[in-house]
Design a protein around this ligand. Structure first.
Ligand SMILES: [Fe+2]
Ligand SMILES: [Fe+2]
Length: 134
């Protein structure tokens, strides 16, 4: 039973995005196209909301913390574009009912790489701010 797709995340965490992506891949590999379309839409929205929240609110604040953080944000933004392009290609394939393992691997790799990158400094900074604000 798929879990993440029913949660309808407004602001998805990386874990939720990973779960949604895993559900998408599972549906695609099962050639369950109705479910695939549904999960693809939820994943695309969740990813977009997550990225936009970072780009419009969190990254500008983080970038103003230090010069190093500002350079990191430039890299994060470039990574977002790579993820968006790879996800766009994958979803176009799926809409055409084509399953490309290479396209799946590409998205998986880019998501993991970006997650690891943000986890090194940006996410610890974010959680320290959340604790400070609490
Ligand atoms: Fe993120
Ligand atoms: Fe990000």
């Amino acid at each position: 039973m798929n879990v993440a797709v029913h949660r309808g995340p407004l602001l998805a965490t990386h874990d939720t995005l990973d779960l949604l992506f895993a559900e998408l891949v599972e549906a695609a590999r099962a050639r369950d196209w109705a479910r695939c379309d549904h999960v693809a839409e939820t994943f695309a929205i969740a990813l977009d909301v997550h990225f936009r929240h970072e780009e419009t609110l969190q990254f500008p604040r983080y970038a103003s913390a230090s010069q190093l953080a500002a350079f990191e944000v430039d890299d994060f933004l470039a990574e977002h574009q790579l993820v968006r392009r790879a996800v766009g290609n994958l979803l176009a394939d799926l809409r055409a009912r084509t399953l490309s393992e290479a396209a799946i691997d590409r998205v998986e790799f880019l998501l993991r790489d970006h997650d690891e990158h943000e986890s090194r400094s940006f996410l610890p900074w974010l959680s320290s701010r959340a604790h400070a604000a609490a």
